[in-house]
Design a protein around this ligand. Sequence first.
Ligand SMILES: Nc1ncnc2c1ncn2[C@@H]1O[C@H](COP(=O)(O)OP(=O)(O)OP(=O)(O)O)[C@@H](O)[C@H]1O
Ligand SMILES: [Mg+2]
Length: 483
Amino acid sequence: MSRAHTKVVAKQNKYAARSRVRNTDLIVPEAFIRGIRHLGYQSNVEALAELVDNAIQAYAESIDIVFSFQDVDGERKPSQIAIIDDGHGMDPAMMRIALLWGGTHRENDRDGLGRFGYGLPCAAVSIGRRFTIYSKTKGHRLHAVKLDVDAIVSGNAISSRKIAIPPAQPAILPPFLRRAIRQAHPTGWRAGTIIVIDHLDRLDWSTASGLKRNLIRRFGVTYHKLLSATRLTIDGTAVRPIDPLFLNPDAELFDLDEDRAIALDPVSFKLHTAEGRIGEVVLRYAWIPPSFAATDKSRDAVGMNANPRFPIIKQYHGVLFSRNGRLIDVRPRTPWTIFMNNDRYIRVEVEFSAALDEAFGVTTSKQQVSVTPEMWDHLRVAGLPKAIEHLRTKVRVAKSERLAQGPVAAPIATRNTSQMKLPSATGIPNGITASQALGLLLDEIECRSSSAKPSVQAAYSSLLKGWSERLASLTLRSARSDT
Ligand SMILES: Nc1ncnc2c1ncn2[C@@H]1O[C@H](COP(=O)(O)OP(=O)(O)OP(=O)(O)O)[C@@H](O)[C@H]1O
Ligand SMILES: [Mg+2]
């Protein structure tokens, strides 16, 4: 066991020893168990992410999510889901506490992914009515501890209004887990944890393959910054990182074709919290060319012409929020603007350290943010709304250029045959109308102005003001001559 592992296990044991007295207070009535099942993970994906978070935080190098089936053929629903990791594991006293709501050895910790002590039990019972924790630390025996919702709800596991959770017992793995461990760890599984969920009455997907497909895609994005250190598989298939900003050359879909995302410089700032912590925020920006999500680049990314990037830009549409390197939310609404369909082509990520959880309103299930007005203001000062507008302009310019160049422009050009064609001597290609060229020029001005210093912005703005006044006077003159 590495020094880091030993340190964490020692910390867990110290905590478990102290908690023995308090354990009696941690026992909860059956109504709580019934209610907590519906606490509200957006889907099984967010719930399973809690268990992946725990494994990552236990220094797992390898995490395998496996399904077991009762029937043998056809498109099937799994009867059990197991999350296997090779992290530092838990000793028996900690295992029993880990199963309880509120049991954590890292209460209010801000260095990793967990801090509340709710993730494990909440996630497990949101999917099934029973779960088992198997765990072993290096050099020790495997133990297991189990929570059965039915036994609690029926009152069988309750005495004197308290739930009786028996201590973790020495255990052997059921055959399907032995098989999975042999496959994932052919040279031996020395330490780690397995969470098995069964009596799966709250599966959001009717088949294992649907769940698998979604887990691969969603976890690819959620953990894209963490997957280089941890191997994650779903039912035998490796999850590959997918950068939702498409800037990481090592991530999936980056080099699907010749189109590339274009980054703006990231911006970062530090904040001191009232609790005396220092947190960092990094704003990452990119925009993607209009043909980025299309297979045939001359046509729009719709229907059969949408490439595999399309579902990602559609699903992760808005400002992305990442906490300690793990994506937790996507918000299409900011105090200044709402992301519309066209804004799929602009990519914005707010990466923050967990020290700033209060300012970002991170909830217990860590699947959403609720940003405080003060934090929005910090983001505004750091240039977020300006950058969004700048990215929008970049996309607009790219779109009108594409319209002007590609076959997509043809119907528009022919519709506007009454408009004057500009001669190629001006540097404008044949077939481009004056209004198209003017539109591009205005976009270009807006684009340059939005990224310029204030004095240059003022110069652009006075240019446009003068122009629009002349246009207005022209309109007035032609109206007079009409009457
Ligand atoms: N895979 C694992 N390996 C080792 N220890 C684990 C693992 N999963 C959970 N634990 C232990 O069980 C405790 C409870 O986990 P749980 O997910 O409920 O809470 P948490 O991770 O501390 O906080 P949060 O509610 O924010 O997730 C953890 O603090 C940790 O000590
Ligand atoms: Mg956790």
